[in-house]
Design a protein around this ligand. Structure first.
Ligand code: DX5
Ligand code: ZN
Length: 219
C-alpha cells in the first residue's frame, strides 16, 4: 500500500499562498489538503470556493478537500467545478450519506467519509464498498496545531481491518496532530494518507519532514 502525505494549507501563510504551494511541489508532497469550515459544523471559519479556484489555477497537485460544513450535498457540484479531486465530507453532517457519495462519484471525483473522534467507526462500514477513502479525525475538527488523540488509533485499526476483510482497496486518511512521532503509530495501525499542517509548515526542511512521515527513521 502506497503512503501519501497531504499538506494542510490551513497552516500556510495565506498572503504567500502561491509561494507556499510551490514549496509543497518542490518538497515532493503528494496532495494539498484544503480545510473548508462553515462556523456551524465546527467553531471556525476558513476559506472556500474562490480560494480553491485560485489554488487550482496554480498547481496540478491533487486537491484533497475536507468539508467541515453542515450540508455538504448542497455544495458538491461547486467544489467539483472549482477543482477538487477528492472530497471528504462528515458522516455527522445533515446530508444523506449515500446521496453525497453519489453526487461526488457522478462528478468523477474520489469520495471519502470523515468521522469525528467521538463517532463510532462502525458507522461508516456499510458505505465502504462505495467510497475511495475514509478520513479518521485524530483531533476534534476545527483548528490546526492540536495534539493527537491516541484513542483514535483503535478506529484506524478497525476500519483498515474491515476494508481488508471486504477485499477493498480504500485509503485510510488521518488528520490532526500528525508529526514524525505520531506518524509511525498511525501507519502501523493501517493509515496510508497522512494529513499534516503545523508540523510540515513549521519544519526547516519540508521535504525531509514529509519523508519522515512516510518512512520509519532507521537508527
Ligand atoms: C483540523 C483540520 C486539519 C488541520 C491539521 O480540523 O481538519 O486538517 O489543519 O493540522 P495539524 O497537522 O496542525 O494538526
Ligand atoms: Zn482536515
Amino acid at each position: 500500500m502506497k503512503n501519501y502525505v497531504s499538506a494542510s494549507v490551513l497552516s500556510a501563510d495565506m498572503l504567500e499562498l502561491k509561494n507556499e504551494i510551490k514549496k509543497l511541489e518542490k518538497s515532493n508532497i503528494d496532495m494539498l489538503h484544503f480545510d473548508v469550515m462553515d462556523g456551524i459544523f465546527v467553531d471556525n471559519i476558513t476559506f472556500g470556493l474562490p480560494v480553491l479556484q485560485r489554488v487550482r489555477s496554480a498547481t496540478d497537485m491533487t486537491l484533497d478537500v475536507h468539508l467541515m460544513i453542515t450540508d455538504p450535498l448542497k455544495y458538491i457540484d461547486n467544489f467539483a467545478d472549482f477543482g477538487a479531486d477528492i472530497i471528504s465530507f462528515h458522516i455527522e453532517s445533515s446530508s444523506d450519506t449515500m446521496a453525497v457519495i453519489r453526487a461526488i462519484k457522478d462528478r468523477g471525483l474520489k469520495a471519502s467519509i470523515a468521522v469525528r473522534p467521538a463517532t463510532p467507526i462502525e458507522s461508516v462500514f456499510e458505505f465502504l464498498p462505495f467510497v475511495d477513502m475514509i478520513l479518521v479525525m485524530t483531533v476534534e475538527p476545527g483548528f490546526g496545531g492540536q495534539s493527537f488523540i491516541p484513542e483514535t488509533l483503535d478506529k484506524v485499526r478497525a476500519v483498515r481491518a474491515r476494508i481488508t476483510e471486504l477485499g477493498l482497496e480504500a485509503d485510510v486518511e488521518v488528520d490532526g496532530g500528525i508529526n514524525s512521532d505520531t506518524a509511525a503509530a498511525v501507519r502501523a495501525a493501517g493509515a496510508n494518507v497522512l494529513v499534516s499542517g503545523s508540523y510540515l509548515f513549521g519544519a526547516e526542511d519540508m521535504a525531509a519532514a514529509s519523508e519522515s512521515l512516510k518512512e520509519d527513521k532507521s537508527c
